[in-house]
Design a protein. Sequence first.
Length: 272
Amino acid sequence: MIGETDIQSIDGHDGDGRRAAARLLAASVPVECQGLVAYHATGADAYLGAALSPAPGQRTVILRAARVAGEVIAVADWRIMHAQLFLNGLSVRAQYRGHGYGTRLLDDGVRIARDLGVSALGLDVEVDNVGAYALYQKLGFEEMGYSWWEDVPTPGAGAARTPLRILDWPTFQAQRAAYGFGDLSVRHGDGQVSRVRMVGSVLRVEPGATGAGIAHGLAELVAPSRVYAVRPGSAAGCATAWFARFVRMRMSLSDPGRGRVEYGERRSARRI
Ligand SMILES: CC(C)(COP(=O)(O)OP(=O)(O)OC[C@H]1O[C@@H](n2cnc3c(N)ncnc32)[C@H](O)[C@@H]1OP(=O)(O)O)[C@@H](O)C(=O)NCCC(=O)NCCS
């Protein structure tokens, strides 16, 4: 069994470690979601490099990894969000599974959350991912709800376009050019603003008629090869056809710490 000290942060300047982590994380995504998430964007590694550039205490991305003979063999990608530490990705190289690396990385996440003073951990796991689900449940995560991923039909040629105002096109284009994915804000309806994401040529919009309308309005400008939406719901089911389903899980920490720790290379020396 590995120990606590065997888990370390990967920093922005550690290109080899970062690339290995990015590859592992990309491989952990369920097959139904291939090409839809930022880990599969052409610049996923460059994005992580940029996200890990600020000083450790100023970042919102924390990459924690275990290495064997210098090689990254297990990684957790944590995102510091408003009220929780969110597990964006967790992956152990196939030949090292079942040896406690996943458990250690999650225990490490609990410690980070406490140190940051965050009161909960969150994650999404695909319903059919029995191993990962068992791991999370064993460690005390509880089901909070489901999310259903569904394709959004592209409107036929000649259909009237939904009127939209594009708010941050230049930033979106620059982000796509740098990382292969980008987030765009659009104003529609009665001044409502929605965010959409493109990974490669795949567009994610919000579920329902609003998302379909936005996809329609953007079709000419971004020419998506596929449009999908993520619909929050319960385990009971989803009224629309879906291609992937995830359980959202959460672990509340009864006694979060108050301090702030920077998760960089010299973690213990950087309490502020
Ligand atoms: C899920 C994953 C991270 C688990 O990491 P791991 O290092 O193998 O997990 P651990 O050795 O710490 O396992 C701890 C517990 O998790 C559960 N578990 C892990 N893998 C399991 C499996 N395949 N089937 C059933 N239970 C499993 C068990 O309860 C296990 O405890 P036990 O060994 O006492 O039975 C790893 O299998 C992995 O990388 N899978 C592919 C990517 C992935 O699915 N990532 C998660 C995305 S949400």
